[in-house]
Write a protein of this length. Structure first.
Length: 233
């Protein structure tokens, strides 16, 4: 399920910013995933905040013909703290229903400044930069992104490695999705010619939740994730 790894790879954006007092306590979303014009999967996610703690769960399942040949679900979870700079993960795990060799997890020790990444029974301990997110918490860190932001630079772990990312932020066009029409911020990784190009649109009137994301491979192949259902409390 290489497409799933790609989809999540560009859900890795985060930034250390002041917390948004009006951020919701509960979010439930569903995304449709397309390869070209063909729907190949769905992602269902739930974000819950209880005072200064949060939990996140995500389930990805294949649909259509893809479900016949790749009938595997992928489970991703994140939990941690909510503070002045937004989300602060404590634990992350990624699990595939039929291939444990690709499972991974991460443990965040903020007091010691240490990040432990666990994959195939190997534990890799590295320095933990301030503001680090995991690849699931990252998309909900956008709830704390100021409207004045023009760039986003961030570290992110997927439980296997820690990487840094850079996106330019600008005002996006109004975007129609199955979940509604949204005013947006547009994030562009400014990829060079011949590189994979990642784009993401945030719904500015819905707490900057992602409403569309597109990966364009160097060969022109595209994966698109579009918001289809949204419930906020």
């Amino acid at each position: 399920m290489k497409w799933f790894s790609h989809i999540l790879a560009w859900l890795v954006l985060c930034i250390a910013v002041p917390a948004h007092a009006a951020a919701p306590n509960s979010v439930q979303v569903t995304y449709d995933i397309y390869k070209g014009s063909i729907k190949i999967g769905e992602i269902e996610e739930v974000y819950t905040r209880d005072k200064d703690h949060y939990t996140l769960s995500s389930i990805t399942k294949p649909v259509g013909i893809f479900a016949v040949f790749k009938p595997e679900k992928v489970f991703v979870n994140s939990r941690g703290l909510v503070g002045k700079q937004g989300l602060k993960p404590l634990h992350f795990d990624h699990r595939r229903e039929q291939d444990a060799s690709k499972d991974s997890s991460a443990e965040f020790d903020w007091e010691k400044g240490e990040l432990t990444q666990i994959h195939q029974e190997q534990r890799d301990m590295v320095a933990l930069p301030e503001g680090t997110q995991d690849r699931l918490s990252a998309m909900y860190q956008f709830m704390f992104l100021p409207n004045s932001a023009t760039v986003v630079d961030f570290p992110m772990t997927n439980g296997i490695r820690l990487n840094n990312y850079h996106y330019a932020v600008s005002r996006g066009q109004k975007l129609k999705t199955p979940a509604g029409e949204f005013s947006t911020l547009y994030l562009d990784d400014q990829a060079k010619s011949g590189e994979r190009h990642n784009e993401i649109w945030l719904a500015t009137q819905r707490y900057n939740l992602p409403c569309k994301m597109v990966i364009t491979e160097a060969n022109g192949d595209q994966l698109t994730q579009v918001l289809s259902k949204l419930q906020i409390r």
